[in-house]
Design a protein around this ligand. Sequence first.
Ligand SMILES: Nc1ncnc2c1ncn2[C@@H]1O[C@H](COP(=O)(O)OP(=O)(O)O)[C@@H](O)[C@H]1O
Ligand SMILES: O=C(O)[C@H](O)[C@@H](O)[C@H](O)[C@H](O)COP(=O)(O)O
Length: 180
Amino acid sequence: MTAAAVRSKMGLEPHFLVVMGVSGTGKTTIATGLATRLGWHFQEGDALHPPANVEKMSTGQPLTDADRAPWLALCHDWLRAQVEAGHGAVLTCSALKRVYREQLRANGLPIEFVHIDTSAAELAARLERREGHFMPASLLPSQLATLEAPGDDEPVIRVSGEKHPDVVLEELIRHFQTEG
Ligand SMILES: Nc1ncnc2c1ncn2[C@@H]1O[C@H](COP(=O)(O)OP(=O)(O)O)[C@@H](O)[C@H]1O
Ligand SMILES: O=C(O)[C@H](O)[C@@H](O)[C@H](O)[C@H](O)COP(=O)(O)O
């Protein structure tokens, strides 16, 4: 049973967002900003990876569909708990393929994706600079090759990963404030 909707700090109806895109595109930056500004629950999808997946990525090996399946199941479970609680929520998850996004939306969950699109050159520069993260820059080509950008038939809000994060956050909040 779904609880009564809990309105956000800014009086918005709850949304259940998956901030998606390849490594380095700004998922954590945008998702934490949204969750903080709106008072929505936040989950870092990286933290739900089984240790074997983190080990694999740390050593420069791309994940397979089979590797990602248990991780996507945990992501789905988290989203489902948020929907059942009626509390707005934001998850970071690369969600690179359409079938992964379908798995996240299973059981009729009213998930919306925020796809952050960033050029390959900018991504490479960011991953080279980023410290203290298990994901090496060498995995960027496989991330880009695996990405199936969401189609118009999917529930997606597209934003640029090359604008300042504050600008993207304003755009997103305005989007939620003005939607019918
Ligand atoms: N819009 C942006 N412009 C410039 N740098 C950014 C932007 N968004 C994120 N970054 C930086 O890029 C790196 C990757 O961002 P992060 O949010 O960790 O991406 P992801 O979670 O998608 O891997 C971080 O060092 C972050 O500070
Ligand atoms: O499906 C995958 O191959 C991984 O989930 C990957 O896409 C994700 O990006 C990593 O978890 C790295 O973490 P960051 O996205 O935070 O760099």
